[in-house]
Unconditional design. Structure first.
Length: 418
C-alpha cells in the first residue's frame, strides 16, 4: 500500500510541470511531507533518452537556475543531487571540483540540494534514524529541515565547511525537483544541449557509471581521466578501531580504511564471514561507497587508483548490556591472494544515572578542555544522555551539561561547565 501510494504521488507530481517561479519562496515556507522511498535509485527519475523537464531553483542569495535557459547557451548540463548529511555526496566533492577544473568551459555543472539523506530525525530512505559513522565523526548532525529557510541554511553550512567550486541551489519547499528527478540521495544527470538525458547515474560516479567517460563521450574529447582498468591492482586494509563502546540502544561504529596502493582501479568484495550477536535486537550494516540496510551481508565496491574508501560496520544495539562481533572479509576480485579479514566488536553498558545519587562525586570540567587522563588511560567514547557518541573525543563537549566519559579504566559522569 505504501509503495502504491508513493507511485501515485510521483505520477501526480510528474504530470504537473515543475514550478517555474519568478521569485524565490519565502524562508518561512514549510517543507512539504517527505514520503519514505526504499526503491531503486537507478529506476527512479528520468530515463536516458528522454527529455529533462524544465525547472527553476534558487540559492541562499536568491539567485536562480533555470534548466531551459542554461541549455540555450549551447552547452551540456550536469545536474548532481546531494544533501549535507549524505556522506556519499560529500565524498564526491573532490570529483565535482575536478569536473569543473577539467570541463568548466565546456559544460555547466550545478548541484541541487534536496531532502536530507541522514538527518538526526528519520531518514527518508531507511525509515529510521541512521546518521552514519562519518556524519558522527565529522559533526554533521542536523535534523530534516522543516522550513525552506532551514534548508537554505544547510546550503550555507555546506559552503562554510567544504570547498565546492560549482553553483549550489536548493530544491523548492514541496521537493519538486527531488520528486521528479529522484527520489535519490546522490543521483546525477548529464543532459545534452537539446534537453535529452545523455546519461543518468543512480549513484553519481559509482561503478560501473563513470562520469569522466560519459563527459568525454558526449563532448568527443580525450581528457585522460577515463582510464580502463589494466591488471588486477592491489589494495591495503587498515583497521582504525576494532572495538567500539556505547550506551544501551546506541549505534556504534567500527572503521576500516581500504587503500588502493596501485595505479589501476581495484574491485573489492566485502562480505560478512561470521557474526555473533547477542540477540535479534542487534543488527549490523555496512557503510562503504554508500550506506546499506541491515541484512546486506556482501557488497562489491570499485576503488579508483591511489584512492581511499572509508568503510564502517555499524552496530545497531539492543536494550541490555551486551557484546557483539562480526568477522568481515575484504578480497580483491581479480587477485584472491590480496585479501584481509578482521573481527570487529561492539559493547554496550548502562549509563547507571538512575543509580547515581545527587551527592555522588561528578567530574567537573570546562567546555572544550582536554580530558585530565591518568597514565595509560585512553578515551573510548564520550556520550550524551541519549547514548549518542560525540565527535572530538579528545576534548570535553562545547555545550554545557551532563555526559558520560568512557575510558579503558571505566566510565564516569561528567559535568561540563561554561
Amino acid at each position: 500500500m505504501r509503495k502504491a501510494t508513493f507511485n501515485l504521488f510521483l505520477l501526480f507530481v510528474f504530470l504537473m510541470p515543475l514550478c517555474l517561479l519568478a521569485q524565490a519562496p519565502q524562508p518561512s515556507d514549510s517543507i512539504c511531507p517527505i514520503p519514505l522511498y526504499t526503491g531503486s535509485f537507478y529506476s527512479s527519475g528520468i530515463p536516458e533518452g528522454q527529455q529533462a523537464p524544465d525547472f527553476t531553483v534558487f540559492n541562499s542569495n536568491g539567485q536562480s537556475f533555470n534548466l531551459a535557459s542554461t541549455l540555450q547557451l549551447g552547452k551540456p548540463v550536469l545536474l548532481i543531487n546531494g544533501s549535507l548529511t549524505c556522506p556519499v555526496f560529500r565524498n564526491k566533492i573532490a570529483t565535482i571540483n575536478q569536473i569543473q577544473a577539467q570541463y568548466g568551459s565546456a559544460i555547466s555543472t550545478v548541484v541541487v540540494l534536496t531532502v536530507e539523506a541522514h538527518p538526526t530525525s528519520i531518514s527518508p530512505y531507511f525509515g529510521y534514524v541512521n546518521i552514519t559513522g562519518q556524519n558522527q565523526q565529522e559533526g554533521i548532525l542536523f535534523p530534516q529541515p522543516q522550513t525552506y529557510g532551514q534548508r537554505l541554511r544547510l546550503s550555507d553550512t555546506l559552503h562554510q565547511r567544504y570547498s565546492i567550486s560549482v553553483p549550489v541551489f536548493v530544491d523548492l519547499p514541496c521537493n519538486a525537483w527531488w520528486s521528479t528527478y529522484g527520489p535519490a540521495p546522490n543521483n546525477a544527470y548529464l543532459i545534452k544541449p537539446n534537453g535529452e538525458v545523455f546519461s543518468k547515474h543512480g549513484w553519481f560516479d559509482r561503478a560501473p557509471d563513470r562520469i569522466f567517460c560519459d563527459i568525454d563521450s558526449l563532448l568527443g574529447s580525450t581528457s585522460g581521466l577515463c582510464q580502463p582498468a589494466q591488471g588486477p591492482g592491489v589494495f591495503q586494509a587498515n583497521v582504525l578501531n576494532s572495538n567500539s563502546y556505547g550506551l544501551l540502544g546506541s549505534t556504534l561504529f567500527n572503521y576500516v580504511d581500504l587503500i588502493n596502493t596501485g595505479f589501476v582501479p581495484v574491485e573489492i568484495l566485502i562480505m560478512t564471514l561470521e557474526e555473533q550477536l547477542p540477540d535479534t535486537s542487534w543488527q549490523t550494516a555496512y557503510c562503504a561507497d554508500i550506506c546499506y540496510s541491515p541484512g546486506v551481508d556482501s557488497i562489491v565496491v570499485w576503488l579508483a587508483a591511489n584512492d581511499t574508501l572509508h568503510f564502517s560496520l555499524d552496530f545497531f544495539t539492543g536494550s541490555s548490556p551486551a557484546m557483539g562481533k562480526s568477522k568481515i572479509g575484504f578480497r580483491n576480485q581479480q587477485d584472491v591472494q590480496n585479501k584481509f579479514s578482521f573481527w570487529l566488536e561492539a559493547s554496550t553498558f548502562s549509563s547507571g544515572f538512575s543509580a547515581w545519587s545527587t551527592t555522588e562525586t561528578t567530574m567537573q570540567i570546562k567546555a572544550g578542555s582536554a580530558w585530565p587522563l591518568k597514565a595509560n588511560e585512553q578515551v573510548r567514547g564520550v556520550f550524551d544522555l541519549q547514548g549518542r557518541c560525540l565527535p572530538k573525543q579528545g576534548y570535553s563537549p562545547e555545550i554545557p551539561g551532563f555526559y558520560v566519559l568512557h575510558t579503558n579504566f571505566g566510565r564516569q559522569r561528567i559535568w561540563v561547565k561554561e
